[in-house]
Design a protein around this ligand. Structure first.
Ligand code: ADP
Ligand code: MG
Ligand code: MG
Length: 904
């Protein structure tokens, strides 16, 4: 078994397409070597080894890879001419994790590994730069202490134990920045850090490079199972069993002085998609400094630098003097970087997110990957690449993450409202969107508030991976520190969450739970608004409006239309929802529920009258009051859906849901119907059921009280005729819920057809209509062939079908489903993602049997799953005619349907 793949000096054993084995980072480090990009030499331990580690433990893994690791270290030595674990000519390395799917900030990296007192002395002498040597050393102890030895802050309001030591030393010296510390201070830091490690762990800090290396390798493997990595995988549905690779790579030093630097860059704008190479860097810095916001990062390109200065209110003179671009400060490296980013984008044919380091004037690339981006950038970049001839139409469709389209559909600030809103601070437009919410400072508070349905904005000095949970439930994120590549910015863009970062003028006080800005002190719970597209922070809430859905968005949707084979309908109960869904591309209504129509205004009175009616004739009297109301509703919907099918489901919920539960309303009903309170109470109590979801509902109502079905069928047919007379193209489909037995649907179909016939005779005109059924009871799926003989269409009600197939009550499942997901009993919530293995079998079988019995059978689904991409793709694979989902999910379903078609 090959456990290690080496790379360096233009050669590599791995390749870009080996990311499952080498992780994304390792595969791309190999590939960059192969296309002539300068990358420090190194090697990758495969994800297979991680799996073995997780199953069999350390000993087994050491036995398996010890000799390979030693050889691979020799490979690095042969290319650099230095020696690992040799104080006279030391080679330092970084140890980096890298999973098959990029998980930013999830796994921990250790830099400058291999250093100890003697090595530091040699590095100081050889480089003639003792500051560099001791800065590297103190960074190493800090990172190793944190990542490998578990030295973390104890409480959420505490700062990192190492940062605390640094702050104290800086305070004693009276300096502001790390770069202001001198060699003696750095030496003191190393000693203090090691002491802190000893105090905390009871062990001496390891001095042997080999001990350090193995410790770091274990730590990377262990980090696959740390809490935030697990959470990130859950949130992004990344399989647990992938495992991470370990990359060991020769160090290059961005902290060697003022001719050295480190940075992060993107070949296009990850927030807006603009085709503008951009990024940030810091002179004399290392690793995560740019991202962590320890100093204000500078822009790589002069154009970007000017834009940045304007947003920050910094004059051109000050910008040039204090924050020059890389183009200005190191023009040769900048030019080379521009060429390389171009080459990488050409090679990968997608926007690249890259890391680089400049050591003493020489540029090295340390990472490249397809960059995370907002929904808007996703759409624009793909369409730009199509127009540039770099990708084809099908690739555009494949590149979309359907769920991300959701971001584009969300409201933006109303222009007029923004004009009168008060700007309290300005930061960087880190991730676009408009958000209003109440201030919270900590992730757990954000979660707690959000669980109480509060809208919150997380306000922090900076964010770290610990804040992920909070960020995911917040409306938006505001940070005081950090640039466009800060943790907050990158994660927010990945989540499609509005974010303003680096609002330097705001003062956050965690202990007091306050933030000062624009001369006002805000407490936890106060309202603010942020605009992630401009960087503005406003006082209080600001009104929003619908976004513009033209341009590249429309172009992508047109491509989806062109390629998809399955149609997308919507679930809509009102003309307004129908209209919205139509605008978003729905081609019909797959589910129009009629029950809510009985609740509006005074209608519920007539409904209740009908329910407590003692006999058929008084029931009919009450139903006659409802008829014109229903007819009016249907007319509105037919009009909104002119030219498209409208599927109307007959009454479904248990009658008990409609009866009064309070004495007061019971008395009203008694007065209204001329009965005594006791009588009314008796009837209502009589309707009480032990298990209403399995009780007197659905077609069981229509079969026990045929008048109800008659009235509804009449309302639908009359409405259709009325609208047809006005020149509207109507395609009514009448859908019977909760069928389990053929005779049930037969009886309902007979009532509907007889009613239609009657209405046609009365009116002297006809309209084409269809009769169909929901398939939501497992028995119906089993006898689908029999049922198909009676109907024109099936619509899988996958919510109920899931409920009844699993035997999980939809209304009670939340409690145990969360636990089940944590325990791994279920990977996902089956009410969110269609269970293809189980429920999917019923869908497949019923479709197959139904179509065999009735070749013209039209089949679709109308559960929540109709707007969930993987479920939509499953439906496409069964050649269903359509999926139907809520209006705002329509674009997502359309794209998923197109993906299913082009992915084949
Ligand atoms: P992440 O996956 O969180 O981005 P990385 O492994 O990419 O973590 O590394 C963290 C930081 O350390 C990055 O800024 C990276 O460029 C830097 N880095 C990693 N390896 C080296 C190295 N061999 N020399 C210099 N810097 C490095
Ligand atoms: Mg990285
Ligand atoms: Mg149902």
């Amino acid at each position: 078994m090959k456990t290690i793949y080496t790379f360096g000096n233009g050669k590599a054993e791995g390749r870009a397409d080996m990311r499952d084995l080498l992780g994304g980072k390792g595969a791309n480090l190999a590939e960059m070597n192969l296309i002539g990009v300068p990358v420090p030499p190194g090697f990758t331990i495969t994800t297979e080894v991680c799996k073995i580690y997780n199953e069999k433990g350390r000993e087994e893994v050491v036995q398996l890879i010890k000799a390979d690791v030693e050889n691979a270290i020799k490979h690095i030595e042969s290319l650099t001419g230095n020696k690992f674990n040799d104080p006279s000519n030391p080679q330092l390395v970084s140890v980096r994790s890298g999973a098959p799917v990029s998980m930013p900030g999830m796994m921990d990296t250790v830099l400058n590994l291999g250093i100890n007192d003697a090595v530091a002395e040699t590095l100081a002498q050889k480089s003639g730069n003792p500051r560099f040597a001791w800065d590297s050393y103190r960074r190493f102890v800090q990172m190793y202490g944190d990542v490998v030895l578990g030295m973390k802050p104890k409480n959420k309001t505490d700062i990192d134990p190492f940062e605390e030591i640094i702050e104290n030393v800086k305070k004693e010296k009276g300096v502001q920045f790390d770069t202001d510390l001198e060699v003696e201070d750095l030496k003191r830091l190393v000693a203090l850090f090691k002491q802190a490690v000893k105090d905390n762990t009871g062990k001496d800090f390891p001095t042997s490079a080999w001990d350090q290396l193995w410790g770091a390798i274990y730590a990377v493997f262990d980090s696959w199972n740390n809490e935030r990595a697990i959470l990130y995988r859950k949130m992004n549905q990344i399989p647990e069993e992938y495992g991470t690779a370990v990359n060991v790579q020769a160090m290059v030093y961005g902290n060697m002085g003022n001719n050295s630097a480190t940075g992060v860059c993107f070949s296009r704008d990850a927030a807006t998609g603009e085709n503008l190479f951009n990024g940030e860097y810091l002179i004399n810095a290392q690793g995560e400094d740019v991202v962590a916001g320890v100093r204000t990062p500078q822009q790589i390109m002069t154009e970007g630098s000017r834009r940045w200065a304007e947003l920050q209110g910094i004059s051109e003179e000050e910008r040039k003097a204090k924050y020059p671009s890389l183009e200005e400060s190191m023009p040769e490296c900048a030019a080379q970087l521009v060429e390389i980013q171009h080459r990488l984008e050409e090679h990968y044919r997608d926007m690249q997110d890259m890391e680089f380091t400049i050591q003493d004037g020489k540029l090295w690339l340390l990472q490249t990957r397809n960059g995370k981006r907002t929904g808007a950038a996703m759409v624009k970049i793909a369409m730009d690449l199509l127009r540039e001839g770099k990708i084809d139409e099908k690739t555009v469709i494949k590149r979309m993450e359907p769920n991300k389209l959701d971001e584009l559909l969300h409201p933006v600030f109303d222009k007029a409202a923004v004009k009168s809103a008060k700007v309290m601070a300005k930061g960087l437009p880190a991730s676009p969107g408009a958000a209003s919410g109440q201030i919270v400072f900590f992730a757990d508070d954000a979660e707690e508030w959000a669980s109480r349905k509060k809208k919150v904005i997380m306000v922090r000095i900076e964010t770290s991976p610990e804040d992920l949970r909070g960020m995911s439930v917040a409306q938006g994120i505001l940070t005081a520190r950090g640039g466009m590549t800060s943790h907050a910015a990158v994660v927010a863009r990945g989540m499609g969450k509005c974010c303003v970062s680096g609002a330097g003028t705001i003062k956050v006080n965690y202990k007091a739970r306050t933030v000062e800005m624009g001369g006002k002190t805000y407490n936890e719970g106060d309202w603010i608004s942020i605009n992630g597209s401009t960087g503005q922070v406003y006082d209080g809430p600001v009104a929003t409006v619908d976004p513009d859905l033209g341009g590249d968005y429309a172009a992508v949707m047109a491509l989806a239309e062109k390629y998809s084979k399955m149609d997308v309908y919507t679930n809509a109960d009102s003309p307004r929802d129908a209209q919205k869904a139509r605008e978003l591309g729905a081609h019909g209504i797959g589910l129009c529920r009629t029950e809510h129509m009985f609740f509006e205004g005074d209608r519920i009175k007539a409904m209740r009258e009908m329910i407590i009616a003692p006999d058929e004739s008084s029931r009919r009297l009450a139903l006659n009051k409802l008829l014109p109301l229903q007819r009016g509703d249907f007319e509105g919907i037919f009009k909104a859906m002119d030219g498209y099918e409208v599927t109307i489901r007959l009454l479904d919920p248990p009658l008990h849901e409609f009866v009064p539960h309070q004495l007061e309303t019971m008395r009203e009903l008694a007065d209204q119907t001329g009965r005594t309170l006791e009588e009314v109470k008796l009837i209502c109590d009589g309707l009480e059921e032990f298990n209403p979801m399995l009780g007197h509902r659905g077609c069981r109502l229509g079969n026990t009280y045929p008048e109800i079905t008659e009235m509804q069928a009449r309302a639908i047919i009359e409405a259709a005729l009325n609208m047809q007379a006005k020149g509207i193209k109507v395609h009514p489909k009448i859908m019977v819920p909760l069928i389990g037995v053929k005779a049930e649907i037969q009886m309902q179909a007979d009532i509907i057809n007889a009613t239609a016939k009657k209405v046609f005779a009365e009116r002297g005109e006809t309209v084409a209509y269809k009769v169909g059924t929901m398939i939501e009871i497992p028995r119906a799926a089993l006898v689908a062939d029999q049922i198909a003989e009676v109907v024109d269409f099936f619509s899988f009600g996958t919510n109920d079908l899931t409920q009844m197939t699993f035997g999980y009550s939809r209304d009670d499942a939340a409690k145990f489903l969360a636990v089940y997901k944590n325990l791994g009993i279920l990977k996902v919530d089956p009410f969110e993602v269609l269970d293809q293995e189980g429920v999917g079998q019923l869908v497949e079988m019923a479709t197959r049997k139904g179509r065999a019995a009735n070749p013209d059978l039209n089949v679709g689904i109308c559960g929540e799953h109709g707007g969930e991409p993987s479920s939509v793709k499953f439906c496409a694979s069964l050649n269903l005619n359509y999926v139907s989902c809520s209006p705002y999910r329509v674009p997502i379903a359309r794209l998923a349907a197109a993906q299913a078609a082009v992915e084949g």
